[in-house]
Design a protein around this ligand. Structure first.
Ligand code: SME
Length: 157
C-alpha cells in the first residue's frame, strides 16, 4: 500500500472513532494511537492550547516535554503561523525542541476549533485549539501528502 492509500483507508476509521464522541481528549487519544500504529511513527500526539501555551495531551511514544510557548519549536511555530509545518531535518529547523534525540524529521498540524469540513478551509477567524505533532526517526519522512491527509484527520476531531 502506498502512503496515500493508507491514509485513504484510515480516514473512515478516524471518522468512526470520533462520531458521536464529545470529549476531545478521548478522541485525540484514539486518533494518536491509530496513526502511531498504522504508520509506525516514533512519536505521535497532541498538544492542547491551555492558558495560552501548548500543553502535552494524549500521545503514543516516549515521554515528551509538557509545556511549549507560543512561537517556540516546530509546534509553537505551527500555532503562531496557523499552518502545517513540515520539517525534513530537525537539525535544520532553528529553535527545534528536542524532546527525543532520536527524532530526525517532524510534521505539526494545527487543529482548528470548528469540526467538520469548515476546519479544512482554515479560515482566519477559527481558533487553534491544539496541534498534532508527529516525529520520525528517519529524515524527510513527511511531505505534502502527509500534510494534506493529516489536515483531514484533525478536521474530523
Ligand atoms: N519537537 C517539538 C517538540 C515536541 S516533541 O517533538 C514531542 C517542537 O520542536 O515543537
Amino acid at each position: 500500500m502506498t502512503k496515500e492509500e493508507r491514509y485513504k483507508s484510515l480516514l473512515p476509521q478516524v471518522k468512526a472513532l470520533c462520531e458521536g464522541e464529545d470529549d476531545l481528549i478521548s478522541k485525540m487519544a484514539n486518533v494518536a494511537a491509530l496513526l502511531h500504529y498504522e504508520f509506525g511513527f516514533w512519536w505521535t500526539g497532541f498538544y492542547r492550547v491551555v492558558n495560552n501555551e501548548l500543553l502535552l495531551g494524549p500521545f503514543q511514544g516516549p515521554i515528551a516535554c509538557v509545556h511549549i510557548a507560543y512561537g517556540r519549536g516546530v509546534c509553537g511555530t505551527a500555532w503562531k503561523e496557523r499552518r502545517t509545518v513540515v520539517v525534513p531535518d530537525v537539525e535544520e529547523f532553528p529553535g527545534h525542541i528536542a524532546c527525543s534525540s532520536e527524532s530526525r524529521s517532524e510534521i505539526v498540524v494545527p487543529v482548528f476549533s470548528h469540526s467538520g469540513s469548515q476546519a479544512i478551509t482554515q479560515s482566519s477567524n477559527q481558533t487553534i485549539i491544539a496541534v498534532l505533532d508527529i516525529d520520525s526517526r528517519d529524515l524527510a519522512t513527511f511531505d505534502d501528502i502527509d500534510a494534506q491527509y493529516l489536515e483531514q484527520v484533525v478536521a474530523l476531531l
